[in-house]
Design a protein. Structure first.
Length: 402
């Protein structure tokens, strides 16, 4: 009998090695390769920065124990078809206790199917599409503003500058971009703006010449659209080269990356809805201030953080806070703590919807609108909306192509 008891105890230790060794294993995929690699890199760096800081401080404290954080990750190659297989592997083979999202709505949605199937908490900083939060999911929690509010500030600011603006909306045919622009079209019409062009393009598009010609022919004076980094940056450059001469341009995602400055004059005046910028300062209830985060991040990566890095760091920070508030690593207790969260971090306010029809959707965080301007002779982003968060006045109309 004693031998059987010892064998059973040994088997239990093997079955739950992570918590037994005071280690929390967090699994995720990232797009090391493929068209999403630029944006995914920032998010992954945010994850890694949080992990390294937590471990250097002794780990996550819960129930009288300190848990070190271990990551297991795989390259999803920016391909949705790989995600479910890899998240299943993370759970079944790698014994991940918690999950972080991949980058993009198109990859997060299939990952959420697996996390819900196995009852694993997944903190989402990469997918802004609302649909996964309307399907009764219990373990998915979004720390970023959802897609339907991405361009709300841009439309408000444009209406203030030109209440009769004619809008061209051209965007990537992917779940995130379509959600953003569908909501923006409704908001623009409600604001009295005239939508003169509304169409999508394949995410693999590299030659936007025909698209730009349509935009010019539409007689639009304002543009909203894009998708992710490579298509958005290419679209901005080709619109500049073909002298589309919009008075206003808001492009999703791409202009939020410092790499966008490589476009030179094509970047000047372009606006971007941003989850967070280094100029925005909130008084955090826990965790670093914006200044502390930026300084430490730059020291580690020798580059300034973008909002993907800040949101990735926030994934970890919110999970850590929930575990510490729960005083436990038990998934149900951590889920209850996440449901109760209403806090302000350097990233802004974080609060999750708890009703069954939207459970886990972010309802506290707000976007800002940033614009590429000349700062001390160099291209850089300034926060131009809302007015209470401004670091510079909005440049309107944007400079014409020469």
């Amino acid at each position: 009998m004693k031998r059987l008891y010892l064998l059973a105890a040994a088997a239990a230790l093997i079955a739950t090695p992570a918590f037994a060794q005071n280690t929390i294993t967090i699994g995720f995929t990232d797009s090391v390769t493929g068209p999403l690699n630029v944006d995914s890199l920032g998010q992954t760096r945010g994850y890694e920065f949080w992990r390294d800081e937590v471990n250097a401080a002794g780990g996550i404290k819960a129930g009288g124990k300190s848990y070190k954080v271990k990551f297991v990750s795989y390259d999803d190659e920016s391909v949705g078809g790989r995600v479910q297989q890899l998240y299943t592997r993370l759970i079944n083979q790698d014994k991940a206790n918690f999950l972080f999202s991949p980058y993009s709505s198109g990859l997060t949605a299939p990952a959420a199917v697996i996390s819900e199937q196995y009852g694993k908490i997944m903190i989402d900083s990469g997918g802004a599409e609302e649909k996964p939060f309307e399907q009764g999911n219990k373990y998915l929690f979004m720390v970023i503003t959802s897609a339907t509010h991405y361009l709300s500030g841009a439309i408000e600011a444009l209406k203030e500058k030109d209440p009769h603006a004619k809008l061209a909306m051209v965007y990537s045919d992917d779940p995130f971009s379509k959600d953003v622009l569908a909501a923006a079209a409704q908001q623009a019409k409600a604001a009295g703006l005239d939508v003169v062009l509304d169409e999508s393009y394949s995410p693999s598009t590299t030659d936007f010449g025909p698209v730009v010609n349509k935009i010019i022919s539409s007689n639009a004076d304002a543009f909203l659209g894009g998708g992710h980094y490579s298509d958005g940056a290419t679209l901005a450059r080709q619109m500049h080269d073909q002298k589309a001469n919009m008075k206003w341009m808001s492009i999703l995602v791409a202009p939020a990356d410092d790499k966008f400055a490589e476009l030179g004059p094509a970047a000047l005046g372009v606006t971007v809805p941003s989850q967070w910028e280094v100029q925005v300062s909130y008084k955090p209830q826990f965790g670093p201030t914006t200044a502390q985060f930026v300084k430490a991040y730059e020291a580690k990566f020798h580059a300034p953080p973008d909002y993907h890095a800040a949101s990735g760091y926030t994934d970890g920070m919110i999970l850590q806070h929930a575990i510490e508030q729960a005083g436990s690593v038990d998934p149900e207790k951590v889920t209850a703590a996440l449901n109760a969260i209403d806090v302000t971090t350097f990233f802004g306010r974080i609060k999750f919807a708890t009703d069954p029809g939207h459970h886990g959707l972010q309802v506290g965080h707000k976007m800002v609108l940033a614009q590429w301007q000349m700062i001390n002779g160099k291209l850089g982003r300034q926060v131009v909306w809302p007015t209470e968060a401004q670091s510079a006045n909005l440049l309107y109309p944007m400079p014409a192509s020469k």
